[in-house]
Design a protein around this ligand. Structure first.
Ligand SMILES: CCCCCCCCC/C=C/C(=O)SCCNC(=O)CCNC(=O)[C@H](O)C(C)(C)COP(=O)(O)OP(=O)(O)OC[C@H]1O[C@@H](n2cnc3c(N)ncnc32)[C@H](O)[C@@H]1OP(=O)(O)O
Ligand SMILES: NC(=O)C1=CN([C@@H]2O[C@H](COP(=O)(O)OP(=O)(O)OC[C@H]3O[C@@H](n4cnc5c(N)ncnc54)[C@H](OP(=O)(O)O)[C@@H]3O)[C@@H](O)[C@H]2O)C=CC1
Length: 567
């Protein structure tokens, strides 16, 4: 197995002894791997022995040197003892990476004094304990490098005031220590402040918080989570001689989110414009599986796989992270994905004319409500509501986008929608842009058809091209393969304002407050958006009904009640 693929010079830390606290999981584990791959003797220390042993085993198998020690950084005596043990056993301590830390989420108004003290104690006092022990036990006499992982705190941390205060305290402590300890044989002490990083740490949070964090991508110019490797690379740099004149800084590794003045409803700041490219760095070699089930793979091409494995942890809402991490379509799987071969009955390749794009209905007074990108985590709530109202709509589903259609819960939602009489249409396997020359249209359509055939026993005739994009070649393919291509004439843009349904509703108002004589409508929203599934679509439906329109699936609004599927 190849070792961690650091971008730094091999042997950069050869002969050095470096302690990484919290090195048995997530970011700390990644740092331990990278520094070991660069030649350091790594000591990883934390409260639980099992993750430490697993990571030690991983590093040793890759040819690195790794020792483990039990440590609670909140315990000053234990911190002192660990440093003493390292110096006794390994002869020195060149580097200390204070990575251990964390918090729980809570609005400040609901924090108890004990909860506040716990998080301050863990992060601020714990980091102080480690710095003091390292200084007293070795570095004061011999020098050394210290890097502390804090968190991006520039504008405070809503719902984590305690950690924001602790980390800000560490950043300031670091500046003072840089001044006071710099003269001691060139001790350098710096911080690295990660923004949101896809790591094991996310497992500490309730699913609603993970969803909330996932929906904060609008704050970030890169519109994605960072990787552990991107944090680790900053740590390696600050520990290295390349940073020998850098002391007392806090290096933000956050994609620029701390600078953001983004507004989720603002039009002028559209982060991640369609097709933009935000390169990702992942140093993990292929096959280096993480103890948490996250498989770190070659970046950027297989970030889909990484998220798939993250989902395998079993928390369905973690899939929402995909919304942040996957958006750059240019990153999606250049590595060819094997397409299941088509059953014989699918292979009706009798040439038909190129498809035309449909934007409105033909049945008078009809209003087709369509949902894209699902099923989402809350699509079942929407289905409950639609059942109560006895209204049928169209779901243009993906195979792997926000969710994986092979996930049993998601598969059950598709089956439920189909059984309830809603129309299931195709929105391609991975939400690929069919107008892009790099997209394999046949693979995108066929892979989802095969999955839907397995689930509902039929393949859809109706499809919606992602982003509404088509090209002459795409229309030729879709027409030749018997698909009906449906776009819309009411676009709610709900994905742009996921927390403000009033803005979404404006699109309906713009359409229906004017003279609607002789007009019909097809509206677009996304059931993968929690607010749309749970709140907005209900308000929209009530509004459409109040205007006297008949709501129906797209097929019906085109006068087609039995041509929605083929076998
Ligand atoms: C847009 C948004 C941007 C939000 C931006 C978010 C920040 C940036 C993202 C950061 C991501 C990460 O850091 S990811 C890394 C996350 N990893 C970690 O947090 C790992 C380390 N965490 C921990 O060890 C624990 O969570 C922590 C509570 C901090 C310490 O655990 P302890 O066992 O020492 O403490 P406990 O005994 O459990 O709890 C002590 C007290 O703390 C309080 N307490 C503990 N858990 C609590 C909880 N869930 N809710 C309320 N209060 C709680 C109670 O008062 C407890 O007392 P009793 O009532 O008497 O029990
Ligand atoms: N992931 C993210 O988005 C961000 C993470 N961070 C910070 O990065 C660091 C690593 O986080 P991440 O890898 O994501 O999360 P993890 O929860 O996986 O890492 C936290 C690590 O700290 C160790 N730890 C916690 N408390 C103590 C303690 N009292 N003494 C010794 N070790 C302790 C844990 O091990 P054990 O439980 O065995 O002690 C664990 O290995 C943390 O400081 C985190 O707050 C900051 C900003 C964003």
């Amino acid at each position: 197995m190849s070792t961690y693929r650091s971008i730094f010079k091999k042997d950069l830390f050869k002969g050095q002894v470096i302690l990484v606290t919290g090195g048995g999981t997530g970011i700390g584990r990644c740092i331990a791997h990278e520094l070991a791959a660069l030649g350091a003797t790594i000591i990883i220390a934390a409260r639980k022995s099992e993750p430490l042993k697993i990571v030690q085993d991983e590093i040793q198998k890759l040819g690195g040197i790794c020792d483990t020690m039990l440590l609670n950084i909140r315990d000053a005596a234990m911190a002192t003892q660990v440093i003493e043990d390292i110096v006794a056993k390994h002869g020195k301590l060149d580097g200390l990476v204070n990575n251990a830390g964390g918090q729980f989420m809570s609005p400040a108004s609901q924090l108890t004094s004990k909860g506040f003290s716990t998080v301050i104690d863990l992060n601020l006092n714990g980091t102080y304990n480690m710095c003091k022990a390292a200084f007293d036990g070795y570095m004061g006499e011999h020098g050394g490098q210290i890097v502390t992982i804090v968190a991006e705190t520039r504008n405070g941390i809503p719902r984590a005031m305690h950690t924001g205060a602790a980390r800000a305290g560490i950043i300031n402590m670091t500046k003072t220590l840089a001044i006071e300890w710099g003269p001691y044989n060139g001790i350098r002490i710096n911080c690295v402040a990660p923004g949101l990083i896809i790591s094991s740490g996310m497992k500490n949070y309730h699913e609603t918080m993970v969803d909330l964090l996932a929906h904060s991508h609008w704050m970030n110019p890169t519109s994605r989570y960072g990787t552990e490797s991107e944090v680790s690379a900053a740590v390696a740099f600050l520990l290295s001689p390349a940073a020998s004149y850098i002391n007392g800084v806090n290096l933000e590794v956050d994609g620029g989110s701390s600078l953001s003045k983004g507004n989720p409803e603002g039009d002028e700041l559209k982060y991640n414009p369609e097709g933009s490219h935000h390169p990702v760095y992942i140093g993990w070699p292929e096959g280096a599986d993480n103890v948490h089930g996250i498989k770190h793979v070659d970046a950027p091409v297989k970030i889909n796989d990484l998220l798939n494995n993250y989902k395998a942890i079993g928390r369905s809402t973690v899939t929402a992270i995909a919304a942040c991490t996957l958006i750059p379509s240019s990153l999606a799987s250049p590595i060819p994905v094997p397409v299941p071969s088509l059953p014989a009955e699918f292979q009706e390749l009798n040439k038909r004319a190129g498809a035309t794009v449909i934007h409105a209905c033909t049945v008078p007074n009809s209003f087709a409500i369509t949902f894209d990108d699902g099923p989402g985590t809350f699509t079942n709530d929407l289905l409950d509501y639609l059942y109560r109202k006895q209204i049928k709509v169209t779901f243009f589903v993906n195979g792997f986008n926000y969710n994986d259609i092979k996930n049993p819960d998601i598969a059950a939602t598709v089956k439920r929608a189909f059984a309830a009489g809603h129309q299931i249409g195709s929105h391609t396997w991975s939400h690929a842009d069919l107008a892009a020359s790099s997209t394999n249209i046949d693979e995108e359509m066929t892979k989802l058809d095969v999955a839907l055939k397995e689930l509902i026993g039929k393949r859809p005739v109706y499809m919606r091209p992602p982003y509404g994009n088509t090209s002459p070649a795409a229309l030729e393919y879709l027409g030749a393969h018997g698909y009906k291509v449906i776009n819309w004439n009411v676009d709610t843009d709900d994905w742009q304002h996921p927390s403000n349904f009033k803005l979404n509703l404006q699109a309906y108002k713009n359409a229906l407050q004017r003279d609607t004589t002789g007009k019909t409508f097809i509206s677009l929203q996304h059931d993968a958006e929690p607010l749309t599934a749970q709140v907005f679509s209900k308000i929209a439906i009530e509004y459409v009904l109040s205007k006297g329109f008949n709501i129906m699936p797209v097929g019906s609004c085109l006068g087609d009640n039995d041509g929605w599927y083929r076998d």
